[in-house]
Design a protein around this ligand. Structure first.
Ligand code: PMP
Length: 312
């Protein structure tokens, strides 16, 4: 990517309790979240199904659930209920009239104009916007990735599981370093040297017939795509899925590596630190999971149809 993603937003956003034109949704420079990074957000995809002429929002309740659970980390309270949040996400797409892939960004932030980095007793608000979004990274040929010199934030510093706005400085540092060095993406190690995740995506490897990913205690954001991949791999492909710490050099000797996330979807990796992985192209397990994932998000697999919320 290198440059920031160009965005075409929906014309209407949700801001301070109302639907307003995107140009009108502005916050003060004194806003707590602007000064201290005290926001919590989600990223959700809606897939356009030409067959149904509808947009299907993928795992909307799970995203809302993760967001509101994280309120407890950040001592947040907002007037909107989880049902309101889900309805606002759908309503914004309806109001845009878009008939293509969209990305929904619900954001709770410490809205008070107050000085001092603290969390409790600081007022929060909820806002939400949507943009059009296609591919976020190359998912066809395989990514060239590099282990970052930046360490993943530890749970006792800034918890990755919270998906807080401020924590994305860490992601930005790693992604920037990787891009400036000519790589597509970064892999974060933890303070103990074991693997955590990508800059904005989780990671899996295939080794000795197992599909292995780092556990929820490994300073990762516990991705909804990750959970989806685990479920599909176990139930549909009969794979042995293991959550355990991963050492850096296991990535050099394994058969396949892939990233996954709402933005990245299922993105195979072809090299790590200039070492070719497997055959240097997306491996069979990555391919199978990618195919299945796209059929599921497009509402084509009955068993998982309930993961898709139709908009129109
Ligand atoms: N890790 C990080 C740091 C992320 O930003 C994301 C993207 N939200 C993920 C993992 C993947 O999470 P999800 O599958 O829920 O999008």
């Amino acid at each position: 990517m290198g440059k920031g993603m160009l965005m075409e937003p929906g014309p209407v956003v949700y801001f301070e309790g109302n639907y307003v034109p995107v140009e009108e949704a502005k916050v003060s420079i004194m806003t707590h979240a602007f000064n201290y990074g005290t926001g919590l957000f989600e990223g959700i995809r809606g897939y356009y199904s030409a067959d149904e002429d509808n947009i299907l929002v993928f795992r909307l309740p799970e995203h809302v659930d993760r967001l509101v659970r994280n309120f407890n980390i950040m001592c947040m309270e907002i007037p909107e209920t989880p049902e309101d949040i889900a309805n606002i996400c759908v309503e914004l797409i309806k109001r845009s009239g878009f008939r293509e892939g969209v990305y929904i960004r619900p954001l709770c932030y410490k809205s008070e104009l107050s000085l001092g980095p603290r969390l409790s007793g600081v007022e929060s608000r909820f806002c939400c916007y949507i943009i059009k979004l296609g591919e976020y990274c190359d998912i066809e040929s395989g990514l060239d990735v590099v282990v970052s010199s930046w360490r993943r934030l530890s749970d006792n510093a800034i918890p990755s599981r919270a998906k807080s706005t401020g924590s994305y400085i860490n992601s930005s540092l790693a992604a920037t370093e990787a891009n400036l060095a000519g790589f597509d993406e970064a892999i974060f190690l933890r303070e103990d040297g074991s693997v955590a995740e990508g800059s904005a995506m989780n990671m899996f490897m295939v080794l000795n017939g197992q599909l292995i990913t780092t556990p929820p205690t490994a300073d990762i954001l516990v991705g909804i795509t990750r959970n989806t991949v685990i479920e599909l791999a176990r139930n549909e492909l009969g794979l042995d899925v293991v959550e355990r710490p991963i050492a850096r050099t296991e990535l050099y000797v394994c058969d396949e590596v892939f990233f996954c996330g709402t933005g990245a979807q299922v993105a195979p990796v072809r090299s790590v630190d200039r070492r070719v992985i497997g055959e240097g192209k997306p491996g069979p397990v990555s391919r199978k999971l990618q195919d299945l994932y796209f059929r599921v998000v497009m509402g084509k697999v009955d068993t998982y149809r309930s993961w898709c919320t139709p908009v129109y």
